[in-house]
Design a protein around this ligand. Structure first.
Ligand SMILES: [Zn+2]
Length: 708
């Protein structure tokens, strides 16, 4: 039967029923079949019958083209106290158990422990044995050696809101398997943010039956709100009509605006990897905090922030899931930051395949394997171009690492202090590993490296996901030679200590924000900038208009707030050292290599996430080199990348640009949403940032201070 063709829900359900009843052996005692997000859950009184012989489940999944999860009927679950006793006994002391959490709604028991011990790995026979003996499905979560309040908070939120989650997952399943009204006959891509610019990434992919949003970011450092957020106000449908949102990675320029969707009616699923989910929880909560402290009203409150978490469905790399009646999605490693993913969308019966790279690194780094290129098919590629210009060539990695270590050593030897502005996730952890290695090889004198702000938590999350890291790093963590825990690293800073550190003994200070758009790095900078013994080292991309860009381009003086909050001019006397080869983005050579090595050559390449000059340069070269239709869209452009043959050839064609927004020049957030067409008009009366008080500590993660 053609699952994605013309069928009604009844027929689809009948097909699922037939396959299941024909294949599940009666001795498994099936009691219930439920949609659970993109999966189908089978509840059995004797689930081990199915768990023992996986070929039955595999064959059913293949026939109905949907992933099947086997669960224990609640009547068969061992009482939690007894199950906990049994689990503790079978795992022994070796794993350093931290917590056991029972999630009754999903029949799941989450085991949080420091070490794998006798478990060995995620698909351990010991876990299977626990499942058979207790009826609970064990999920092993590796606790990082330092405490992560985020991880704990997310786990407890999910287990406290089990009912809500179960209903949500059922609805998602029903929506995915709803009747297909129109057979797929076109695919369009609309540019909502992150085109001809870096920041506020957001793309709408539309088919006859589905609407999927790729990323939903903010643009840090934007001057007006017209530039700060994706142009969701130009959508001509309600947010409820979106089928799914897919998030490529946790950087705010890709995910910072996601909770806003929940403020205005979106109640559907958000797909991303598990590490992205946890990092997102952390970075968005910090974003709310920083925005408020900066005297601005954040575009959403803590309720929407929590909703976004509760509506997230984590995916593994390589897992194929239905996300709507005619779209399947798969995430692949992007090599950019922890959990970062390249999204592959398969439309209809394979009529069209889209690959969206998000930010990606096509080279091995200390942290990650290089981005995947092995997609079964791709007709349309949407790729980033942060370093897309012809001369954006980075020095070889080893050379860049040496340059970094040399710069640090020279400053330290001159009795200076070194400031390294970093994003909380990404370069910071890469630099930690480089420095740990240099300390071990005595390439650096024994010196304290102080980590500021969120670095403590984000580093903890890296340690919680060794499976997402490079092979070498993963092994080091498994065998307790964890470079993140190097004795020279100090992750327990207090705000009061900043000035003392910045004017004290020679040391290294890593602090956000990476582009000096705010955060503790600015505080350090004002104490350090006028001392010529000190150095500041930039290792990541510095966007136009940021203080980081100004400094790295050689500004002789800068404006900063002094202790009293007054603007003051500081002379730049410290050494300013930009080092390029350590980026988590691909350089020009790697961008081109990525396209070259794709298993299947795309027809259309949409170049985004870059300054206009870089986009033009890269698109031009891709046209010349690969004879592809390479374009850089403007914001609000819609490109039709596929239409059915019955109406002519499936050529790409640019559709009429949407109307420009009303008014021009700087415009406040309220007036933007109030004046623009579509969603904005409908939202206007309800709009107005409510200015909810953030009380994260008492509501979402009770008793857990996330930071400071
Ligand atoms: Zn990024």
């Amino acid at each position: 039967m053609n699952i994605l063709g013309d069928y009604d829900l009844e027929a689809r359900l009948k097909q699922i029923r037939d396959v299941i009843f024909k294949n599940v052996p009666p001795e498994a005692r099936l009691t219930k079949v439920e949609f659970e997000g993109p999966n189908i859950a089978l509840y059995c009184e004797k689930p081990q019958v199915l768990l023992d012989d996986e070929s039955v489940v595999r064959s059913m999944a293949k026939q109905i083209k949907t992933r099947i999860i086997v669960r224990t009927d609640p009547s068969q679950l061992m009482p939690p106290q007894d199950a906990e006793k049994l689990i503790r006994k079978s795992l022994g002391d070796e794993i350093d158990l931290e917590n056991i959490i029972f999630n009754e709604e999903e029949g799941e028991v989450v085991i949080v422990a420091k070490k794998y011990g006798p478990i060995g790995g995620p698909s351990s026979p010991l876990l299977k044995q626990i499942a058979q003996q207790t009826g609970w499905r064990p999920v092993f979560v590796r606790a990082p050696p330092i405490k992560s309040a985020t991880l704990k908070g997310v786990l407890s939120l999910m287990s406290n809101e089990g009912n809500y989650r179960r209903d949500f997952l059922r609805e998602v399943g029903q929506s995915i398997h709803r009747p297909l009204i129109y057979k797929n006959n076109y695919v369009t891509i609309k540019a909502l943010g992150g085109f001809q610019e870096v920041g506020r990434s957001s793309i709408l992919v539309e088919t006859a039956s589905s609407k999927v949003l790729l990323d939903c970011g903010v643009k840090p450092g934007a001057v007006s709100s017209l530039d700060e957020f994706p142009r969701l106000d130009t959508l001509d449908f309600d947010l409820q009509e979106l089928d799914a949102v897919i998030i490529s990675h946790a950087h705010l320029d890709h995910v910072g605006f996601l909770p806003f969707l929940f403020k205005y009616g979106y109640r559907g699923p958000v797909y991303m990897t598990r590490p992205t989910f946890e990092l997102m929880a952390l970075l968005q909560s910090d974003y709310l905090d920083v925005t408020e402290k900066g005297g601005k009203k954040p575009p959403y409150g803590v309720n929407e922030y929590k909703k976004a978490l509760l509506h997230t469905i984590p995916l593994e790399y390589g897992e194929v899931v239905d996300i709507s009646p005619d779209v399947k999605a798969t995430l692949y490693n992007a090599g950019h930051i922890l959990g970062s993913a390249i999204t592959h969308l398969h439309v209809g019966e394979g009529e069209h395949n889209i690959v969206y790279t998000g930010d990606f690194k096509y080279a091995d780094t200390r942290l990650f394997q290089r981005a995947d290129t092995d997609f079964p098919r791709v007709e349309t590629l949407i790729m980033e171009s942060t370093y897309g210009a012809k001369n954006d060539l980075m020095v070889p990695r080893e050379e860049a690492e040496r340059e970094f270590i040399d710069a640090v050593r020279t400053a330290l030897e001159h009795g200076g202090r070194v400031l390294v502005p970093v994003l909380s996730v990404g370069r910071a952890q890469e630099l930690m590993i480089i420095m740990a290695d240099a300390f071990n090889k005595k390439l650096l004198p024994k010196t304290k490296v102080h980590m500021e702000g969120l670095l403590y938590e984000t580093t903890a999350l890296h340690m919680a996901h060794p499976e997402a890291l490079s092979r070498q790093l993963r092994d080091a963590i498994y065998y307790d030679e964890n470079p993140f825990m190097h004795e020279n690293f100090d992750m327990h800073l207090r705000i009061e200590d900043r000035e003392k550190l910045a004017r004290g003994e020679p040391c290294v200070i890593m602090a956000p924000a990476g582009m000096l758009t705010g955060g503790p790095a600015l505080d350090y900078l004002k104490y350090m900038v006028e001392d010529e013994k000190n150095a500041i080292i930039f290792t990541s991309y510095q966007a136009e208009g940021t203080l980081g860009r100004k400094l790295s381009k050689g500004a002789a003086e800068i404006q900063l707030e002094d202790e009293n909050g007054d603007e003051k001019t500081f002379k730049v006397r410290m050494k300013v050292i930009p080092i390029e080869g350590l980026s988590g983005h691909s350089d020009r050579k790697e961008l081109v290599q990525f396209v070259e090595r794709l298993r299947s050559r795309p027809k259309t390449v949409i170049v985004n996430h870059g300054e206009p000059r870089k986009i033009e340069d890269l698109a031009g070269y891709l046209r010349y080199r690969f004879h592809v239709d390479a374009v850089g869209l403007e914001i609000l452009d819609t490109l039709r990348v596929y239409r059915s043959r019955s109406r002519g050839s499936p050529e790409s064609r640019r559709m009429a640009d949407a109307d420009p927004p009303e008014g021009s020049g700087p415009i406040s957030c309220i007036s933007l949403w109030g004046s623009a067409a579509g969603l904005g008009a409908r939202l206007a009366p309800r709009y107005g940032f409510e200015g909810e008080r953030r009380c994260l500590d008492s509501t979402l993660f009770p008793g857990e201070a996330l930071k400071d």
